[in-house]
Write a protein that binds this ligand. Structure first.
Ligand SMILES: NC(=O)c1ccc[n+]([C@@H]2O[C@H](COP(=O)([O-])OP(=O)(O)OC[C@H]3O[C@@H](n4cnc5c(N)ncnc54)[C@H](OP(=O)(O)O)[C@@H]3O)[C@@H](O)[C@H]2O)c1
Length: 277
């Protein structure tokens, strides 16, 4: 891969079928040198032959894994221009019964995983007084509803971190962008159900079992925004000379922006009805 003048983009969570995978391809199509990472190379096997991409294994929960990959990338390319914190996990279940370990795992990936990446990459960007950090949030955080409290609260925390980082890092020439997807086709529902199947039987919430399972797949319907379309539009926004601080795209992005401003009584009514709570 010749990266001489190309922006070097590092993306987490690039398994086949997900948003990270589509972003990797879209950045590469826009003349970027892309480092696509995921927990297992096998999940990126389909990109193995694409010379525009460097594939690396990276677990955002591991200090060592993050340090090794960042060192390798900086050694190879001399810099990281864009970091995309895309790796994330969904988590469904009633907040008063979900094992805390599952909520912790959600925060360890979505919040601390992203911050771990930021802390590893910022020193390199700050030295050059240049860089972009993209955090992948969620419209779900705009109106937290039943059965997804662990996930939405982690994304709300990420939104808050993103706002603070944007101001703090402006002194070092680093743009921080909150990309806020609506419902985008990916593996997120399937992955959430795998996690859900490991949870104990609910005590108080057994009657809501079907509704909780449905919540895992809420973003995955025939109307979900195609992954490539989302990736194309996101990459165009991120690569702008002056990228927006907030970029939301996809099914429900407008509806959720409206929900955010509704009186709580109306919002609760709509969310309870929609989520069969
Ligand atoms: N799809 C939507 O409708 C939607 C809406 C709003 C926000 N988002 C956000 O978009 C991002 C991408 O999700 P997606 O929809 O593309 O779901 P996905 O298909 O399940 O992809 C999630 C990716 O994150 C990776 N990941 C999980 N834990 C990790 C860890 N500890 N270290 C490194 N990678 C890890 C997964 O790897 P494995 O394959 O190894 O599990 C996978 O590559 C997430 O932050 C998600 O919250 C998605």
């Amino acid at each position: 891969m010749n990266s001489h003048d190309k922006p070097v983009v590092l993306i987490t969570g690039c398994s086949h079928g997900g948003i990270g995978h589509a972003l990797a391809r879209a950045f590469a199509a826009n003349n970027c040198a892309v480092v696509a990472t995921s927990r297992s190379r096998l999940s990126m096997a389909e990109m193995e032959k694409d010379e525009r991409l460097l594939l690396e294994e990276l677990d955002v929960q591991s200090d060592e894994s993050v340090r090794e990959v960042i060192e390798h990338v900086v050694e190879k390319f001399g810099r990281i221009d864009v970091l995309v914190n895309n790796a994330g996990v969904h988590c469904v279940g009633p907040l008063s019964e979900i094992p805390l370990s599952q909520i912790q795992n959600t925060f360890d990936t979505n919040v601390f995983g992203s911050l771990r990446m930021v802390q590893a990459v910022v020193p390199h960007m700050a030295t050059r007084k240049k860089g972009k950090i993209v955090n992948i949030g969620s419209v779900a955080a705009l109106a937290s509803g039943p059965w997804s409290g662990a996930y939405t609260s982690s994304k709300a925390a990420l939104h808050a971190l993103t706002d603070t980082l944007r101001m703090e890092l402006s002194h070092f020439g680093i743009d921080v962008i909150n990309v806020v997807p609506g419902a985008i086709k990916s593996n997120i529902g399937k992955a959430a159900i795998i996690g859900y199947n490991r949870m104990p039987e609910w005590k108080l919430f057994k009657p809501f079992e079907a509704a909780i399972r449905e919540r895992a797949y809420f973003s995955q319907t025939s109307k979900s925004t195609p992954t490539d379309e989302f990736a194309r539009n996101t990459v165009a926004a991120v690569l702008k000379k002056n990228p927006p601080a907030w970029f939301s795209y996809g099914q429900y992005s407008t509806a959720m922006a409206i929900m955010y401003h509704l009186p709580l009584s109306i919002r609760d009514f709509v969310l309870k009805k929609t989520m069969k709570c």
